[in-house]
Design a protein around this ligand. Structure first.
Ligand SMILES: [Mg+2]
Length: 316
């Protein structure tokens, strides 16, 4: 695990580094508050040891900046300070630090406190991971999806560019559950999730939106490319099957695609993808429809007929 030490005293950095040598940590250092914040950004350490008294920025100011930064706020901070009145400790802990170690530090105590903070960080990382994964399919869940959408949208607002969004819904999935039971329905959801994930690039984010709905965040692409991705997913989903007592249960999916071009919010992009999905259902299911402002010829693209007789209302 990686430790970032921020201290204006080269001697203090050398001592702390020597004290932690036995812990097999990757240790990086910064000689001031400003350079420390920069290092936190590009090193993404697991823990930060932070001196309180520094000339350019106090440790308290650095801690405040870390806690206000969405990308860095979860990194545990341990204050290191020579001047430790109870008021200092209270101030440091109230700012969100996990611990406060007095200088000159005892080697054993410093190591033990760093180990304790790293254990907590590890558990926190596991919890965060679990909070973002759908347990049935192993795909990122809706929370992870929304966070990624916000992150990509912020990136576009800062640097320009584009993104696309795909919404998918399994066709007549309720019938699978009714006819064969949820056990089989769950297996088909798992197969579908795998089929979708297999088609995605490393940078795409496939997610289980909820129930039998899936979605994909497609960074840096317009709807035209996302339509091709959706089409590949649609084909692969047609190949998914579960065998129940000599019967092969299959499923198809309908897709709606939108992109960020000429739109002003994530909600608008999601609403447009949802509309396109509705049109795909209306047009007979098992197909991809695009609803991008700037994009052209809208689907249906190579739509294969649904294996289900089409008697249900369109929004299922
Ligand atoms: Mg100092």
């Amino acid at each position: 695990m990686k430790v970032l030490m921020i201290d204006d005293s080269p001697d203090a950095l050398a001592v702390a580094k020597a004290r932690l040598a036995k812990e097999h940590l990757d240790i990086v250092t910064a000689g001031g508050g400003v350079s420390g914040l920069e290092a936190a950004h590009h090193e993404k350490p697991d823990i930060i040891l932070l001196d309180v008294d520094m000339p350019d920025m106090s440790g308290f100011e650095v801690c405040r900046a870390l806690k206000a930064d969405a990308e860095l706020c979860m990194i545990p901070v341990l204050f290191l300070s020579g001047a430790t009145t109870p008021e200092d400790k209270v101030q440091g802990l109230d700012l969100g630090a996990v611990d406060y170690v007095a200088k000159p530090f005892d080697a054993f105590e410093l190591r033990a406190r760093v180990r304790a903070a790293l254990r907590t960080k590890h558990l926190q990382d596991l919890l965060m991971e679990h909070a973002h994964i759908d347990p049935l399919t192993g795909l990122p869940n809706r929370r992870a999806l929304m966070e990624r959408l916000q992150c990509e949208w912020a990136r576009i607002e800062r640097h320009g560019g584009q993104m696309a969004f795909i919404m998918a819904d399994l066709d007549h999935f309720k019938r699978v559950n009714d006819l064969y039971g949820h056990h089989i329905g769950d297996k088909l959801l798992q197969e579908t999730a795998r089929a979708i994930a297999d088609q995605c690039r490393e940078n795409d984010l496939p997610a289980r939106y909820g129930g039998e709905e899936f979605s994909i965040v497609v960074p840096d692409e317009a709807a035209v490319s996302a339509v091709h991705l959706a089409e590949r997913c649609r084909e692969k989903i047609c190949e998914c099957c579960v065998v129940v007592r000599n019967e092969t249960v299959k499923v198809t999916a309908s897709f709606g695609v939108a992109d960020s071009l000429n739109l002003s919010s994530i909600d608008e992009m999601m609403r447009r993808a949802d509309e396109a999905l509705y049109w795909a259902k209306e047009a007979g299911r098992n197909r991809v429809q695009s609803n991008a402002v700037a994009s052209l010829p809208a689907a249906p693209i190579n739509a294969a007929p649904s294996p289900w007789p089409d008697q249900q209302p369109a929004n299922q």
